[in-house]
Ligand binder design. Structure first.
Ligand SMILES: Cc1ncc(COP(=O)(O)O)c(C=O)c1O
Length: 502
């Protein structure tokens, strides 16, 4: 415990504030500035009162006020000390607990909290293999609790008085730094907008770029909620068939609109792509196809929205640079999300726009109500800056990578009679392509009844009819849970095979 710090304070008799308040302000400032660290022991009340020539009760009043605010703790016989992170007590309760339990040792309230923090979180939801579900049992809640406590103590106003609609400045800087390091994307914090997840980022992008009746190119198969969003905003979907190189180009022989039929003004106004990890198939768009898209967007003055929803999770090789980086953020808008990376319940994501779109985005944000919650943003910024975020990311990447390997190996050995899996060693889910004797919707319905949450690949298709597979999540489940789920799946597939054979 740090002993007897110098408390540089002198009573200002010309100040209208009472002396105890002046003393409180000084101590708070010393804690905020880090001069008084956790565990620092404050001068004894009698000593300080003598030094300052004030009454002892004034010092006691000031100290007790700071105890009530959570800055200080008092222990019988041990005086007052600065609270450690995460151990702020509720005012009022402390006294009761101390009275009931006068023996040494931390108040029960604190030790119970510490105990709770040591316990693992509750089990994941009972539906197994839910696609793209992170494992919230791994969430670094202890470090997160400390970060929140630190913000509450040192600059609570940053959480409470709303910052700009584009988001907390420090979080935007942290995001700009993150995408530079991880995605090779050189954008400034001014180009970053904090959003309520990727879905909100898409809605904002559509609002700044499009009017009802405009065309939006969507990958086929793709993430179906985007189609609903497109239709809900009065936009027309145009489907881009995904092949081994990624989404086909508008007007290419493979697309649903061959070049000959495609007037210049019938090109989609915007295309939404998942080039790093195609949703749901999992493949990566080739560099050649990326450049073709970038040239297409420049030639026809169109826009690309890069939905980079889970690219931090790559388990072999180097992360694939973002397409928006190749384009130098000229005709590509970039979307990222903390839903997979950190927590879905946080509902935070981000949009990074080319410079000419900064003003239109700000206008849209003032015209429409703000969706991203501001309160957790300073804490998330600090979590990233402190390195806790990356420690967590490294840890879950390793675990998810092992789960991915396990699921692939199981599918290749135990399920090779029923279909095949392509291992992309990325993301949080994969596709098991079923042989034609099976119908994916039928299998999914049956596995739902058995407690699994698989999705049918064919339901992610819009116009194409050649997809038949199971989308299965691995990130959220231990090997044991994956094993249990696969046993269930195996019995469903075997019973369907028997029915087909009869
Ligand atoms: C391809 C794709 N885009 C967007 C989203 C939506 O992300 P968010 O939850 O951040 O809104 C998801 C979520 O799973 C997704 O898979």
């Amino acid at each position: 415990m740090s002993q007897n710090p110098t408390l540089l304070f002198s009573v200002d008799r010309s100040d209208a504030r009472p002396i105890f308040e002046q003393l409180c302000d000084t101590i708070r400032r010393l804690i905020h500035n880090g001069v008084f660290n956790a565990d620092t022991r404050l001068p004894a009340t009698r000593t300080l009162a003598q030094e300052l020539a004030i009454s002892r009760s004034t010092v006691v009043t000031a100290y007790e006020q700071l105890v009530a605010e959570g800055y200080l703790q008092s222990k019988p016989g041990a005086g007052y000390r600065v609270c450690g992170l995460g151990e702020t007590e509720l005012p009022g309760r402390t006294k009761v607990l101390q009275d009931n339990n006068k023996s040494a040792g931390p108040p029960r309230q604190i030790s119970r909290l510490k105990e709770q923090l040591k316990e693992p979180l509750k089990e994941q939801p009972d539906k197994l293999l839910t696609p793209s579900l992170p494992d919230m049992r791994l969430f670094p809640y202890r470090q997160w609790a400390k970060t929140i406590a630190r913000i509450c103590r040192t600059r609570p106003e940053s959480m409470l008085t709303g910052s700009e609609a584009v988001g907390d400045q420090q979080l935007r800087q942290a995001i700009a730094h993150h995408v530079r390091e991880w995605r090779g994307l050189e954008g400034s914090a001014d180009q970053v907008i904090v959003t309520a997840g990727a879905t909100d980022a898409l809605a904002i992008s559509f609002r700044i770029l499009l009017q009802p009746g405009h065309n939006v190119g969507l990958e086929d198969p793709g993430y179906r909620p985007i189609l609903r969003q497109v239709k809900g905003m009065g936009l027309n979907p145009v489907f881009l068939r995904v092949d081994s190189e990624g989404a086909s180009l508008p007007g290419s022989p493979d697309s649903h609109q061959p070049e000959a039929q495609l007037e210049a003004d019938a090109h989609p106004d915007v295309v939404v792509l998942t080039p790093s990890h195609q949703y749901p198939l999992g493949n990566t768009m080739t560099p050649q196809r990326r450049w073709e898209y970038i040239h297409w967007a420049h030639k026809h003055q169109r826009w690309i929205i890069e939905d980079d929803y889970d690219s931090e999770f790559r388990y072999i090789g180097r992360p694939i640079p973002a397409m928006a980086g190749l384009d130098q953020l000229q005709r590509t808008l970039y979307i990222g999300s903390f839903a997979k990376l950190f927590s879905n319940t946080l509902r935070l994501g981000y949009l990074i726009v080319p410079e000419p779109l900064i003003a239109p985005v700000r206008k849209i944000l003032s015209d429409y109500s703000l969706k991203a919650g501001l309160m957790p943003q300073p804490a998330l910024a600090e979590f990233i800056h402190s390195g806790d975020f990356y420690r967590y990311l490294r840890r879950v990447r390793k675990i998810y990578s092992e789960r991915n390997k396990y699921l692939v190996q199981q599918l290749q050995t135990r399920f090779n009679h029923f279909g095949h899996v392509q291992d992309y060693s990325a993301g949080m889910k994969l596709v098991f392509h079923l042989n034609q004797t099976f119908n994916d919707v039928d299998i999914v319905t049956r596995t739902h009844q058995a407690g699994l949450a698989l999705e049918a690949l064919s339901t992610a298709c819009y116009q194409r009819t050649d997809c038949n597979g199971l989308i299965m999540g691995f990130a959220g489940y231990t090997e044991q849970e994956i094993h249990t789920a696969l046993d269930q799946l195996l019995s469903v597939l075997c019973s369907c095979q028997d029915i087909a054979a009869k």
